[in-house]
Design a protein around this ligand. Structure first.
Ligand SMILES: [Mg+2]
Length: 348
């Protein structure tokens, strides 16, 4: 029987009975194939620092969350050295619902930056234009550079520019957010009219209604019309339940019969591509957020380690429920009470 000794990120030694897990052996063989030296699969001890390991360790069979507060001094030191870039969610990760900073977050961010780490923010929130979001966040946390802040709404702008889109756009979304962002970027935006459009774009809309559904589904009857959504999840928080853009998309797909859509928010391929464009290898990045269905999924799908902070949408009970339902992409690498706790790793 093959035995693999895997020294994991938190420096615990795990033994995996690979004969029972043929799939794991295949993954590890593929990983070892990336090594320059030939290594016997019979008995191996190694530290995996490659993206494929993240996928392997994300498996719900082996995955155990690390309680950040229980890391030893060595563990904290290793944590500090492990990542070059920190990607943070915004709402209820850095700031409270009322827009004020979460206590201790600024000090932690300053410490992270002083240690030479890069800080970025990615938010699915497109109720405000990116420019305003960036200015507000930079005002609260000067260490976060405006150019390192992005939202899913502005990624729609980028996407449409990339595909050289020139037609009209019908938008369901916030007038002060994604609609303004598209207009400011030169796109011809409609939201109450009956003319030909080339794309239907869906963002968070607190005033979503029957008329908007009527317009959108009739546009979507033409298969040439693109369907673009910002964030992906149907539910973004559970207590209370907060429906996501995925819920609007589900209704439009049910009525129009469309199955295809392009997403730009957390968890989408386009978002992963954007996150990788920062220039850091995924395994050197940590994605930190308060939501398991968006933040943790976004990090895991990009091959990054992830940290759930218990200051917002998701609780440890939500994680256990996800595990029970085999939603392994929602299981974070770490959990911590708050981003403020990260300062511990940089003070040791
Ligand atoms: Mg959040």
């Amino acid at each position: 029987m093959d035995t693999l000794f895997v020294l994991t990120g938190n420096c615990t030694l795990k033994t995996v009975e690979s004969a029972k897990e043929k799939k794991l052996v295949t993954t590890v063989r593929a990983t070892l194939a990336c090594c320059h030296k030939p290594v016997s699969i019979r008995r191996v001890q190694f530290v995996l620092l490659v993206t494929r390991y993240v996928k392997f360790s994300n498996s719900s069979m082996t995955r155990k969350m690390i309680d950040f507060s229980k890391l030893s001094e060595d563990g904290l030191r290793e944590f500090k050295n492990r990542y070059d870039a920190y990607i943070f969610d915004m709402d209820e990760t850095l700031i409270q619902q009322n827009g004020s900073p979460i206590e201790g977050v600024e000090e932690a961010l300053n410490e992270i930056a002083e240690n030479g780490k890069s800080i970025m923010v990615f938010t699915d929130n497109c109720l405000a234009v990116l420019k305003d979001v960036a200015e507000r966040l930079n005002g609260l946390f000067p260490v976060i550079k405006k150019e390192n802040i992005m939202n899913a709404g502005h990624l729609v702008v980028r996407y449409l520019k990339e595909i050289n889109f020139k037609k009209k756009v019908y938008v369901i979304g916030s007038e002060n957010g994604i609609i303004a962002d598209l207009k400011d970027s030169g796109f011809d935006v409609l939201y109450e009219n009956q003319v030909r459009v080339g794309a239907v774009v869906i963002g968070s809309d607190l005033n979503f209604n029957y008329l908007k559904m009527f317009n959108a589904t009739n546009y979507l009857a033409d298969p040439e019309v693109l369907l673009i959504q910002t964030h992906v999840p149907v539910v973004v928080a559970y207590n209370p339940i907060i429906p996501g853009v995925g819920a609007i998309i589900a209704s439009l797909k049910a009525v129009s019969g469309r199955k295809d859509s392009t997403a730009t928010g957390k968890g989408s391929d386009y978002c992963s591509k954007y996150l990788k464009s920062f220039g850091f290898p995924a395994e050197r990045c940590l994605f930190v957020g308060d939501g398991i269905s968006n933040d943790v999924v976004a990090g895991n799908r990009t091959g990054m380690d992830t940290m759930l902070v218990l200051t917002g949408a998701s609780s440890l009970e939500n994680v256990e429920k996800a595990r029970a339902e085999n939603l392994h992409e929602q299981i974070p690498t770490y959990y911590a009470n708050s981003v403020a706790d990260l300062i511990k790793a940089f003070k040791t």
